[in-house]
Design a protein around this ligand. Structure first.
Ligand code: BGC
Ligand code: CA
Length: 284
């Protein structure tokens, strides 16, 4: 990056743990949740107006559905919902493990919803990664994850990225988009040379991966072959996730969490000079 991009506030939300931004193209809005603040927010792209919904439980992702309406990933499982995120629980996830909650979730390019779980204590490998198909059948794909986080796919959909934060790695899987199968896990990048831990991620149109470094005050950009090719400094310590947004998908929207010093918890936006992959709506 030759020009230093300007990171600006998109919405002052004063939240605790903003997460899971998604671009809702038909409504030209950004959806996001505040996991610990128990709220979800929709930010109108044209006006910047924020619509806030109080949630009576932990919600960790809010994603459009291709049939209309949205899907909310919540502590107990998955809710099929209207445009405001209001709706019934469609299936429970890990009902036997009440000290676990969901965490990051994202759809693959065919509209299958991938979601991870983790313990509230964040310190034991008792989480799993699941795939929810359009017919609402749920498959446990990985076990023994600790803080299941960033998910993404290469532009050709032949690779899936996945972060289990305490490993401080971004891993890659070979991906079969025809059936939604991830195989041949390998290390894509080690982030131990950088401050913080990897959290959410987004993939741009050149196949580069933008990784939010929680407690690292930056997003790191890695080329498809795993080289560090850029750093976007974020003015607060805890960026949590990012997604490409706007009608041309050329703005990177960054969620942040509050830190002990009181900063963070707002939504940022930046023109990073490259357009990204769209948010895929859930096909179920
Ligand atoms: C989780 C947080 C965690 C953070 C850093 C987030 O996705 O929701 O609870 O502290 O990742 O690992
Ligand atoms: Ca996350």
């Amino acid at each position: 990056m030759s020009v230093i991009p300007r990171v600006e506030i998109l919405a002052r939300l004063g939240g605790r743990l903003l997460e899971g931004p998604a671009w809702d193209a038909p409504h030209a809005r950004v959806l996001l949740v505040d996991i610990e603040g128990r709220r979800r927010h929709a930010v109108d792209w044209a006006t910047g107006d924020v619509t806030t919904h109080e949630a009576n439980e932990t919600e960790t992702a809010w994603i459009p559905r291709s049939a209309g309406g949205t899907v909310v990933v919540c502590r107990r499982g998955v809710r099929l919902a209207d445009d405001d995120g209001v709706g019934e629980l469609a299936l429970e996830v890990e009902e036997e493990r009440r000290s676990n909650r969901s965490n990051d979730a994202k759809c693959d390019p065919a509209g299958r919803l991938w979601l991870g779980t983790m313990s509230d204590a964040e310190d034991e490998p008792v989480g799993s990664l699941y795939r929810l198909d359009a017919d609402l059948s749920l498959t446990r794909v990985l076990e023994g994850t600790t803080i299941s986080n960033g998910l993404g796919w290469s532009p050709d959909a032949r690779r899936m990225y996945f972060v289990d934060s305490p490993t401080r790695r971004v891993d890659a899987f070979a991906y079969d988009i025809g059936v939604g199968e991830a195989s041949d896990r390998s290390v894509f990048v080690e982030t131990t040379d950088f401050p913080g831990v990897p959290d959410g991620l987004a993939v741009d149109g050149e196949g580069c991966v933008w990784v939010a470094m929680h407690d690292g005050a930056a997003l790191l950009r890695f080329s498809p072959d795993g080289r560090h090719v850029g750093t976007l400094d974020i003015p607060v310590p805890r960026p949590t996730s990012c997604c490409f947004a706007g009608p041309s998908l050329d703005r990177l929207v960054v969620t942040t969490a509050a830190s002990d010093d009181g900063s963070g918890g707002d939504l940022f936006v930046c023109d990073v000079g490259v357009a990204g992959m769209p948010t895929i709506a859930f096909a179920g």
